[in-house]
Design a protein around this ligand. Structure first.
Ligand SMILES: *Cc1c(COP(=O)(O)O)cnc(C)c1O
Length: 357
């Protein structure tokens, strides 16, 4: 029995996108970012498909634990680090690597038992003003880490780019200059590049690139889609037509009757709604792929359903529908919703079965 609505995950696309990252950043190591349930694709499933990465990154300890419990053996980096001694001990026990971005995390390491060993990614706030040490405190933070002696296994240096999706943006060069200055004369490996930096700033690949979105086949740039970057969508959000209606001219469709038939129309009802992660903000007219063609959304997105104007078609109950995937890039639906591909992918609800092939 095939689920009416499912997220079909292509292991081949994930592996191919990783290969594409390696081709774009030759010789660099790849820290594959799989936080937020593998950008909605399934945390453990994605980790298995990306076994060819050099390490995996998640945001929180719980995600890392779930990976280890599933016997994922690659190094795992906690992008926000840990915030209490018990979590630090757990990280040491399981060998998780830590981002250290503020003084309280340094103090935790200093207070830890001498038996713990940690690989630390020290983060500079080069101008995003989210996480990281200010440039003025960065060298002192390095010194405190080095004073940990045997508790410090490996030290790496990192920063995060705020505006690399806008090529030519002055902020990116300013951030890179601050990071270069903070690292001047140091021998540690460095990591800078998210997906946008990876594709737009080959001069800023560093030793470790940190791609997220591009591994899933989507583009971080507003004016380009994954295909333009040599990427293949790893998720197809696939559904089914569950009903058809003939609607007379002048009738409304859906909540609030925000769409009205300008002519006698045929409406397909599709099993996919905001309860599955389809954005409620999608306007009428947003393209939906049904049986080989694109048709316009008609009216508001419901919790479990959408309506699509298929007037003049031979669409039938049971026909296949694609909300996004290789047939229709997620970037387009994200733009129509006033959102971003990252959000649509990670908002795919838990009730949607992930089918990996
Ligand atoms: C999420 C994240 C990434 C990946 O970003 P993408 O834009 O999805 O490539 C890289 N580095 C850090 C610190 C992140 O939080």
């Amino acid at each position: 029995m095939r689920p009416l609505l499912r997220a079909e995950i292509s292991s081949r696309a994930l592996r191919g996108n990783l290969a594409r990252v390696r081709a774009v950043a030759p010789g660099r190591r790849v820290l594959a970012v799989i936080k937020a349930n593998g950008y909605g694709h399934g945390l453990v499933e994605v980790a298995r498909c990306l076994a060819g990465a050099d390490a995996l990154a998640v945001a929180r300890l719980e995600e890392a634990v779930a990976l280890r419990e599933a016997d994922i053996t690659l190094p795992i980096v906690l992008l926000e680090g840990v915030f209490d001694a018990a979590s630090l001990a757990e990280a040491a026990r399981r060998g998780f690597e830590l981002v250290v971005h503020d003084a309280s995390q340094l103090a935790l390491l200093e207070a830890a038992p001498a038996t713990q060993r940690h690989t630390v990614w020290l983060k500079l706030d080069s101008g995003m003003n989210r996480l990281g040490f200010a440039p003025a405190g960065f060298r002192a933070a390095c010194a405190r880490l080095q004073a940990l002696g045997g508790k410090l296994d490996t030290l790496r240096l990192m920063t995060h780019m705020a505006s690399a999706d806008l090529p030519g943006e002055a902020q990116t060069s300013a951030q890179l200059a601050r990071f270069a200055e903070a690292c001047a004369g140091r021998m540690e490996e460095v990591s800078i590049a998210n997906s946008a930096t990876l594709f737009s700033r080959p001069d800023a690949h560093g030793d470790w690139v940190r791609p997220g979105l591009c591994l899933y086949g989507a583009s971080p740039f507003a004016d380009r889609e994954g295909h333009d970057l040599g990427l293949v969508p790893a998720m197809r959000l696939a559904s089914t037509v569950i009903a058809l209606h003939d609607v007379a001219r002048g009738e409304g469709v859906g909540y609030g009757a925000t769409w009205r038939a300008l002519r006698d129309s045929r409406i397909a009802i599709v099993a996919a709604g905001y309860g599955d992660g389809v954005p409620w903000t999608l306007p009428s007219g947003t393209p939906v792929w049904i049986d080989g063609r694109q048709w316009p959304l008609a009216g508001r997105v419901s919790m479990d359903m959408i309506a699509v104007d298929v007037t003049g078609s031979g669409v039938r109950q049971g026909d296949p529908v694609v909300l996004w995937g290789p047939e229709l890039p997620v970037e387009r639906m994200a733009a129509a919703a006033g959102s971003i591909a990252w959000q649509l992918l990670c908002a795919v609800a838990e009730r949607v079965p992930r089918v990996v092939s």
